[in-house]
Design a protein around this ligand. Structure first.
Ligand SMILES: [Ca+2]
Ligand SMILES: [Ca+2]
Ligand SMILES: [Ca+2]
Ligand SMILES: [Ca+2]
Length: 535
């Protein structure tokens, strides 16, 4: 019995000693992490498992009570290998997700936790990082003035845009605190907060209202207000908030602005209250001025609206109400263009008149800045009127070609009558050149004609001489004369004379040769006849 008791004792001792070798051999580098953090395993036992293995399998499993025999399901999808020895850092997780976990080393690789295998049973937790919200400057809205305009009712004014974003987790926006700077007290319908989805700092159909403050009565200077918001701002998404005043028609003239003091929300994961960083932010300054008094759609009448000559035209402006004392600019360009007035007038009893000196057909414009915002683009602020410069129908002589032909014949008179008609290019040139021009052109043509005729005559005379022979020269001469006008006869004679003088020496030689062959008497008589004519 003593032996048996001894054996049992020894066995128990071995088990206890064995267990002591494997228990508490592993742990993670921290007990608590944020989502996204890396997680490392530390081994304090060498070896981890009393087996001849280089590496062993490590399981990250959901936290539970372990008694032995539980199946190991790795939270990462698969187990990982770690050295079977003492080590300081082996990465288990790169990017921790939220939860509570234990770590088990499966020494015998059977996918089951066996009693005695290394285990980190107290485990580690991964908790969400608290969101961090920020407010940044948005598009700058310049200080501006506003007045009530019954012809173009617009009571919404955008006064401030800011950008908001949050890191680590989404945030449900809960409230916005703001303080007014009103001189005097502000009479408005509401202050509205929009998510400016198209980021243009203008209220439009893209934008979504997420809260509003409706005051009871007027808001005095330095008063503050809280706007309850309903909007979830997602992690890592930047949005723009737009603060819009919805004014009342009878808001007092004055200067108004607002300051955002705080923006609060609740973390979507952590449930923690989050106060946005980056506040406060001041809005632009709204200056409310007198409501628009000058009303009516500007009308313009030109008297006369057409004429045959440049004239003084009365530009009559009318159809105005409450505009007395306002200046109306009269222009020959559209009102939106930065051009000088051609005339102006000051409204009295809803109308006025200016004198415009016309110069050709034109559109004239009347321009009146009814709402005093330094432009002419608002309702009924500009109007055009047509002025027509009439031209008398003048019969245009379409005889340019005929005129040219007449000019050739030396009849210049009609060409000169074309003054001011502005015919074709040719006509214009003729007119500009006047009589002298025609003379030059016709002269050169006449000279050309004369030279041509003389050349023909010369040739004919030469033929005559060649044909001379036995033919009767007197007969040939009469034939030639039959071909010519009476007018040209003298010129022919003159030319012939010149030719005779030039060719005298040669002619004499020819004559001597011919004398030898032909009847000398006949030729001699002919020469004498020609000489007699010249004389
Ligand atoms: Ca096992
Ligand atoms: Ca546990
Ligand atoms: Ca917008
Ligand atoms: Ca205007």
């Amino acid at each position: 019995m003593k032996k048996e008791k001894l054996l049992v004792f020894v066995f128990m001792l071995v088990v206890v000693v064995g267990l002591s070798f494997v228990s508490g051999a592993i742990k993670t580098n921290k007990d608590s992490y944020n989502n996204g953090d890396p997680v490392y395993l530390i081994s304090t036992s060498d070896p981890l498992c009393y087996l001849d293995l280089e590496v062993v399998k490590a399981f990250v499993v959901e936290d539970r009570e372990w008694t032995g025999g539980e199946v190991l399901n790795d939270a990462r999808g698969d187990s990982s290998e770690v050295p079977n020895k003492r080590f300081n850092r082996e990465q288990l997780l790169e990017d921790a997700v939220i939860g509570n976990f234990d770590v088990v080393i499966d020494c015998n690789d059977n996918g089951i936790y066996d009693s005695g295998e290394p285990i980190f049973d107290s485990g580690f937790e991964v908790v969400a990082k608290k969101g961090v919200g920020r407010v940044l400057d948005g598009l700058l809205i310049e200080d501006f003035s506003w007045n009530y305009d019954p012809e173009e009712i617009d009571l919404e004014v955008e006064i401030l845009q800011v950008k908001i974003s949050v890191a680590n987790e989404g945030v449900k926006l809960s409230s916005l605190d703001m303080a007014f700077n009103n001189i005097p007290s502000l009479n408005l319908q509401s202050v509205e907060i929009y998510v400016d989805n198209n980021g243009d700092a203008k209220l439009d159909g893209e934008d979504v209202k997420i809260g509003e403050y409706v005051p009871e009565g007027v808001i005095s200077n330095r008063e503050s207000a809280e706007v309850i918001l309903d909007y979830v701002l997602n992690d890592d998404v930047e949005k723009s908030l737009l603060v819009v005043y919805r004014l009342k028609e009878d808001v007092d003239n004055g200067k108004y602005s607002i300051r955002l003091n705080s923006l609060l929300g609740v973390g979507e994961i952590t449930g923690e209250n989050i106060s946005f960083l980056g506040l406060s932010k001041e809005s632009s300054v709204l200056t409310v001025v007198d409501a628009k008094s000058c009303l009516g759609a500007l009308a313009l009448e030109l008297d006369p609206s057409s004429s045959y000559e440049n004239a003084v035209v009365n530009a009559k402006v009318s159809n105005l109400n409450g505009c007395d004392g306002f200046k109306v600019s009269l222009r020959d360009q559209p009102c939106y263009l930065p051009v000088r007035d051609v005339a102006s007038c000051v409204v009295k009893d809803g109308k006025c008149e200016g004198e415009v000196i016309t110069s050709g057909s034109k559109t004239y414009y009347a321009c009146l800045d009814k709402n005093k915002d330094d432009d002419f683009v608002d309702t009924g602020e500009s109007v055009p009127a047509e002025y027509e410069f009439l031209v008398k129908e003048v019969e245009v002589v379409e005889e340019d070609e005929e005129e040219d032909e007449e000019g050739v014949e030396g009849e210049n008179g009609e060409g000169n009558e074309g003054e001011g008609n502005g015919g074709g290019i040719t006509g214009g040139v003729v007119n500009e050149g006047g009589f002298a021009g025609n003379l030059v052109n016709n002269d050169s043509f006449l000279v050309l004609l004369e030279v041509t005729l003389l050349l023909i005559l010369f040739v004919l005379v030469m033929i005559l001489f060649k044909l001379g022979g036995n033919a009767r020269v007197s007969g040939g001469e009469s034939d030639v004369q039959g071909l010519l006008d009476d007018d040209d006869e003298d010129e022919m004679e003159e030319k012939k004379d010149k030719s005779d003088k030039k060719g005298n020496g040669k002619d004499d030689k020819d004559k001597k040769k011919e004398d030898d062959k032909k009847d000398i008497g006949d030729l001699f008589d002919e020469d004498e006849e020609g000489d007699d004519k010249d004389n």
